[in-house]
Design a protein around this ligand. Structure first.
Ligand SMILES: Nc1ncnc2c1ncn2[C@@H]1O[C@H](COP(=O)(O)OP(=O)(O)OP(=O)(O)O)[C@@H](O)[C@H]1O
Ligand SMILES: [Mg+2]
Length: 1081
């Protein structure tokens, strides 16, 4: 913890100051520099400035971000001068000295209307609430204390020309704490509510907020219950000028107030009663009177419209006749007498307004008491108290009346107590610190207070005297009296006063008096002083109120109880107020005061505007310059030794960086070293006192310079340190990395060596193994070779031995044998594969061995011949003859005559014409004795024209015969020996010529030309027969052009390739003597 505390950065008010944070340090000090300083700070949103321990607050008229919970934490438990000026610093100081030093505190907030007093008081309260103890119970107390504000503001604040939320009452609140500093509760005192506002408001101002809030925010149901209408204009007591205020949501505020009332502890029926009273007040304003003359000549008034009255009575539970009577009569009781007089219209209105004002102001006091009941501390233990005073500020209006007089009197008193306490405190400090006291000149306003409150000839005393005096009493008589009594007073001014200096002062009207307050001169209209001081409410009215069945209203008018009738006059408003101010002052004097002096920067409620004249005026009447002067009468600046040494110790070698001895000696050493002139400072018991701000600023400058140097030094050292640590880190890392790397490298190398060794080993083993294998193989081969050699050798030996037992041609034999075997096999296979015996079968098995090629062919030939022979052997003799003839025909014509192939298939029949059987040819048959070889019908070509005639062609062993086909009569007979030659073409025709031997008998007519279908057979038989008979070969000529002998002529027979048009029959034509053309198709 200790080191933590040491580590904490010590800041000061003097750091980053805008202007000066404490006016005491202002150099030179004048009104101008003072205002300039305030303005400079205001322009930089520094709204707080100190005068010693007093806080000046300038209303910023805008929300600043300086009240956040973080700010609260900043200011919490910090010394007053440690941070820039703030209301929180003052609150903290007050709270801590209350908690830690057991000193009761009061916070006095003063300033003009709209300067920010109420806001300041709320800030103080919220700060204290934030920093004091926590817990469910404590929180409830806090919440109640804080929520009392909206309730009181609703009923006691109103919009004025100066302030939209102007407090129209003075408020002093005691917050009570236990010894730990936890809040226990509180007590609120209120001072002089400005009740005249209930019935009448100046131009541009409003009645109290609550009226508007009720009408805007209440539900229809509630309004009906209260017999109200939402329309503001319905109510005479509400000025229409400014019913709505910019930026204010009355309806929402109504809900806030209802909520706050609930938190503070109002029961529902209580809150309702309160609103009923408010409604009644509002409706009272709507009661109107009209004059009515009675016979006895006395003036009398009458209520115009009784409806409103009726509703009020229903609301409040008052008998309507009672109230009506109270508005018409006034009863004065003196001793045992009772005199009743009628009220004229003006008096009736006065009575109505008086009732409304009283009803409202009493309600307000009741509210304060009710709140007090709720927030009252529940224990009897000793309490520490912090009082917060938010009282209306000094007021100077155009028309100043009794209220302003009272208010300004209160401010006078406060100023006095301020002067007294400040001076007292200053003096006490000097004594405490053992410093010589020098007298300070300042304005003491005690004389003004005396003018007002002196019991014998003070203004308030005069007023009371006038009010009590029998006879006609008017404001004028009061003024006269004042003029007599106060004429000589320095601060009293009046036209009528004997003092001649005001006789001609036209700024001073006759019905006025003027007081020179400490804050300026104020002109008071004397009109209304007496009435307001009397604060008269006719007894009839209070009695009527007491008769109400509405419990709250009844309790507000205890004097209406006829049983407690009190003939003594009630104390006047002035004396009441004087008394309460006196109590307040007494109360404040027992406490340690803390001042917040609020200043209003402009009249426009606007941000960023700083009206110097306006501020100057406030500074003057608040006596702030005096305040500064008093503060620095002796010494401008003081500071405890410890913080002073802490702040400046770097300026001297002995004290830097640590001073071991007591702080005071340290400061002495420091100041000596710096050669500050002796008269510029003094040593108190616990503080050093510096006479002149200049000295302090010099110290500050030196410090700033030194701090820069130190910053450089720190930077230097830090950089060095950083580099070094970085270097060390790098080095360490480098070693680690190197170690790792080496290990890794070594591991890798080892792995490599290991694997290499394995490879080498395996190679060597392999090599060795192979070597052994080779040897073994070699050995084995040697063994095998030896065996082989031995075997061969044995073989050779055996063969040598046994060669003589083999024949020399064994090989040939074997060869032959083998060949035989093959042949055998061949033939056996052939046997099985033999083809059929048909001579025309062309199949023949394929050849198995090449060397058997010729054998195979030979075998095929033989087989063929053999099967042919076999085939021939089957033939009979006749068949043999036919085949011989066929063979002969083949030898003669094959490949020579185109007709041949068609003849092969035709069997040679020879005797086509069966002469034997035909009786027609009996004669012919008989004529021929020999065997007939051919008998056939042929076409004989006429030698002359080539036309053909049918003839029977007969061939016998020796002759060739031609006979008529019809008759069978022989036409020609040619012995075969006379036939020399047969001619025919090579073509496919049946034409043939039979050449006869020249000179023979048969040849007289010439050669024969025939055509026959069986040409081949006939030619063949003719040839054979000739051969066998004559032993001569018959000449057969085959040619396409040959000569024939017709009688004497030789005619050429020419065969031409004819066209198809004659069909397939060849045609013969005699062309001329020499040519016979045969067209063969
Ligand atoms: N610290 C602040 N920050 C922001 N606005 C502020 C501050 N103080 C005051 N104001 C503004 O100024 C207005 C008037 O302030 P406030 O009601 O506190 O004045 P007052 O001194 O109490 O006046 P009166 O004497 O009429 O009651 C406030 O409604 C608010 O708008
Ligand atoms: Mg206020």
């Amino acid at each position: 913890m200790e080191t933590m505390a040491k580590m904490e950065v010590k800041t000061s008010l003097l750091d980053n100051m805008i202007g000066v944070g404490d006016m005491v340090l202002l150099e030179p000090l004048s009104e101008e520099t003072f205002i300039n300083n305030l303005k400079k700070r205001f322009d930089h949103s520094e709204i707080y400035t100190y005068i010693g321990s007093v806080v000046i607050s300038v209303n910023p008229y805008r929300s600043l971000p300086i009240y956040s919970p973080e700010k609260v934490e900043d200011y919490r438990n910090r010394n007053f001068y440690e941070l820039s000026p703030h209301i929180f610093a003052l609150s903290d100081e007050a709270y801590r000295s209350l908690r830690d030093q057991d000193k009761d505190q009061c916070i006095l907030i003063t300033g003009e209307s709209g300067a920010g007093k109420t806001e300041a008081s709320k800030l103080v309260m919220s700060y204290v609430a934030a920093v004091c103890g926590k817990g469910a119970e404590v929180n409830q107390v806090k919440e109640q204390l804080l929520q009392s504000n909206p309730v009181l503001e609703a009923f006691g604040n109103a919009k004025t020309v100066r302030n939209d939320n102007s407090s129209r009452f003075g408020k002093y609140m005691d917050i009570e704490f236990d010894f730990k500093g936890d809040p226990l509760g509180g007590v609120i005192s209120n001072y002089l509510l400005e009740k005249s506002r209930v019935v009448k408001q100046p131009r541009g101002e409003r009645n109290f907020h609550v009226f508007y809030q009720l009408l805007s925010g209440a539900s229809e149901e509630l309004l009906n219950k209260l017999k109200l209408e939402r329309d503001f204009s319905r109510y005479n007591y509400l000025s229409l000028d400014s019913a709505k205020v910019n930026g204010v949501d009355d309806a929402a505020n109504f809900r806030t107030v209802r909520n706050a009332m609930q938190i503070v502890g109002f029961m529902d029926h209580e809150a309702e009663s309160v609103l009923e009273v408010v409604a009644a007040v509002l409706k009272l304003g709507n009661i109107e009177f009209k004059p009515e003359s009675r016979v006895n000549g006395l003036d009398e008034s009458k209520i115009k419209d009784k409806n409103e009255l009726k509703e009020i009575c229903e609301l409040t539970g008052i008998d309507q006749s009672v109230l009506e009577r109270a508005f018409s009569f006034r009863t004065v009781e003196a001793k045992q007498e009772k005199v009743s007089t009628t009220l004229n219209v003006a008096q009736a209105y006065y009575a109505r307004d008086a009732l409304a004002k009283n009803l409202y102001s009493r309600l307000f006091s009741w509210l304060v008491n009710r709140i007090n009941e709720s927030i009252k501390a529940q224990t009897k233990v000793r309490k520490k108290v912090m009082g917060v005073l938010d009282i209306y500020g000094f007021e100077i209006f155009e028309d100043n009346s009794f209220e302003q007089f009272i208010i300004n009197y209160c401010n006078e008193k406060l100023q006095q107590i301020f002067i007294e306490l400040t001076l007292k405190e200053e003096q006490e400090e000097y004594i405490r610190e053992d410093i010589e006291w020098t007298h300070i000149d300042y304005f003491n306003n005690a004389i003004i207070c005396d003018l007002i409150e002196n019991n014998t000839n003070g203004i308030l005393a005069m007023l009371d005297e006038e009010c009590l005096r029998p006879g006609t009493v008017t404001d004028e008589t009061f003024l006269e009296k004042l003029n007599q009594v106060c004429a000589t007073h320095q601060h009293f001014e009046s036209r009528m006063s004997k003092c001649s200096r005001f006789l001609n002062d036209t700024s001073l009207p006759h019905s006025c008096f003027r007081i020179q307050h400490y804050a300026g001169k104020v002109l008071y209209q004397v009109e209304g002083f007496v009435d307001k001081n009397n604060d008269l409410l006719y007894r009839d009215l209070s009695q009527a109120m007491w008769k109400a069945s509405h419990a709250l209203i009844k309790s507000l008018f205890p004097e209406g109880n006829p049983a407690k009738i009190n003939l003594k006059r009630p104390p006047t408003a002035g004396s009441q107020f004087k008394a309460s101010v006196a109590t307040l002052m007494k109360n404040l004097q027992t406490k340690n005061p803390n001042y917040i002096r609020c200043i209003k920067p402009n009249d426009k409620k606007a941000a960023h505007i700083f009206n110097e004249a306006l501020v100057c005026h406030q500074i003057r009447y608040l006596g702030l310059l005096e305040n500064v002067r008093v503060r620095r009468a002796g010494y401008a600046f003081r500071q405890a030794y410890e913080p002073c040494l802490e702040r400046y110790k770097m300026l001297c070698k002995q004290t830097w960086p640590h001073w071991r001895g007591p702080a005071r000696t340290g400061v002495e050493v420091l100041f000596n070293e710096l050669e500050i002139p002796m008269e510029e400072y003094s040593f108190g018991r616990s503080k050093i006192f510096i006479r002149n701000p200049r000295t302090l600023f010099k110290l500050e400058d030196l410090r700033k310079q030194r701090l820069e140097d130190l910053a450089t030094l720190i930077q230097k050292i830090y950089r060095g340190w950083k580099c070094r640590t970085h270097f060390l880190l790098m080095r360490k890392s480098q070693i680690v990395i190197a170690a790792w790397y080496r290990r890794y490298a070594q591991q890798k190398r080892y792995q490599q060596i290991k694997s290499s060794a394995l490879v080498i080993q395996s190679y060597i083993r392999g090599w060795k193994a192979r070597k052994i294998l080779r040897e073994l193989k070699h050995q084995k081969r040697c063994e095998e070779a030896a065996t082989t050699i031995a075997a061969y050798w044995h073989g050779t030996q055996v063969r040598r031995e046994y060669r003589k037992f083999f024949r020399a041609n064994a090989g040939k034999k074997i060869y032959e044998f083998t060949l035989q075997r093959i042949m055998q096999k061949y033939f056996l296979e052939m046997k099985n594969k033999m083809p059929s015996l048909s001579p025309i079968d062309k199949n023949w098995p394929s050849r198995p061995y090449l060397f058997l090629d010729s054998t195979h062919k030979e075998l095929k030939r033989i087989f063929h011949l053999w099967r042919c022979k076999k085939y021939r052997d089957q033939f009979t003799d006749q068949q043999k003859l036919i085949y011989e003839e066929k063979l002969e025909a083949s030898e003669l014509f094959k490949d020579k005559k185109a007709l041949y192939p068609s003849s092969v298939g035709q069997p040679f029949q020879g005797a086509y014409l069966e002469i034997n059987k035909n009786p027609k040819y009996k004669k012919l048959k008989d004529a021929i004795e020999e065997k007939i070889i051919i008998a056939e019908v042929v076409n004989k070509i006429n030698r002359a024209n080539g036309k053909s005639t049918s003839r029977i062609f007969l061939l016998t062993n020796n002759n060739l015969l031609l006979a008529d086909q019809k008759s069978g009569q022989i036409k020609s007979e040619v012995p075969l020996v006379d036939v020399t030659k047969v001619s025919m073409s090579s073509q496919n025709d049946g034409f043939f010529a039979v050449h006869l031997k020249e000179g023979s008998e048969a040849a007289s007519k010439g050669d024969f030309l025939f055509s026959s279908d069986h040409l081949i057979e006939m030619a063949t038989k003719l040839y054979r027969t000739t051969l066998s008979q004559t032993k001569q070969k018959l000449n057969i000529e085959i040619s396409d052009e040959f000569l024939v002998q017709f009688r004497q002529d030789k005619v050429c027979v020419k065969f031409i390739q004819g066209s198809q048009k004659n069909g397939s029959v060849p045609t013969c034509k005699r062309k001329n003597n020499r040519l016979l053309e045969v067209a063969v198709p």
